[in-house]
Ligand binder design. Sequence first.
Ligand code: TF8
Length: 335
Amino acid sequence: MRIRFALAGLVAALVAAGAAQAQDFKPRIVRFGYGLVDNSNQGRAARMFAQEVEKASGGKMKVRAIGNASLGSDTQMQQALIGGAQEMMVGSTATLVGLVPEMAVWDTPFLFSSAKEADAVLDGPVGDKIKAKLEAKGMVGLVYWENGFRNLTNSKRPVARLEDLNDIKLRVMQNNVFLDSFKALGANAVPLPFSELFTALETRAVDGQENPYNTIVSSKFYEVQKYLTVTNHVYSPWIVTVSKKWWDGLSTAEKKVLQDAAIKSRDFERKDTREEAAKALADLKGKGMQVNELSAQEANRMREKLASVNAGIAKSVGQQTWDEVNAAVQQMRNA
Ligand code: TF8
């Protein structure tokens, strides 16, 4: 008798647990869009995220990693997230500046001098605070990934002195910090979405662009760009975002699966990106790119010119955000 009760109790408990689980995880398709090719640091981390989510949700949540800007450019995907037509994406923080002006602080030239500084500040309180501003705009920011330190390429000539940039038509990301920065350097800056960049370089609609080594490799820019100048002029983060409309309909367990997998994908992505970047320069030389470093004197001239955009950034992100970010960087440097 007792055994039978105990068994019945056990069965009831198991049924309840099963029901709770079924309630916690609904079958879901998660479209996760990104702009780079499948064989890129972005693509590899997107697939790693997809595997983690599928595993942790017992196969209920299926993430479709969709690259090549097949779902649209960064700004088009953002609109799809806001409207609830797409669930997730990863893209540049720089393309979010129109929605969250504070994001422009990450585009400050020479803000970070090492990846370690970037990680600490982005993953710290001020990075979280800026990320949280997305919610009022219809998106939930999960984690920052690394795009990386940006370097300059072009098809016209080696850029050894600032003046070499003068008549170079340079594609920049679509925000004022990038536009102002390269205008300050004397280039003819042309804002374009990344999805149009390869063709623009190939047809010589523009002469040059700037992106981390990884992207110059994965997007095959070496096929259409002869000269690479090592400038490391700014560190670009990527950010993983979710449609708030969709997020609000998820259970606590589903949200946790996405959050935990996002953190794992961040750690994986940064490591993978750094390993690839360490080999990329040799790779690019092997592909025939002519690489030059700036002399210390020219690098300083560039720094000075670029510092002229800082006041404008402080104004558009607000003095408080500007001060908080710079204090966080200083704290890292003093540590
Ligand atoms: C750029 C960015 C891009 C990213 C990517 C499409 O130059 O660095 O590589 O936005 O997510 O536009």
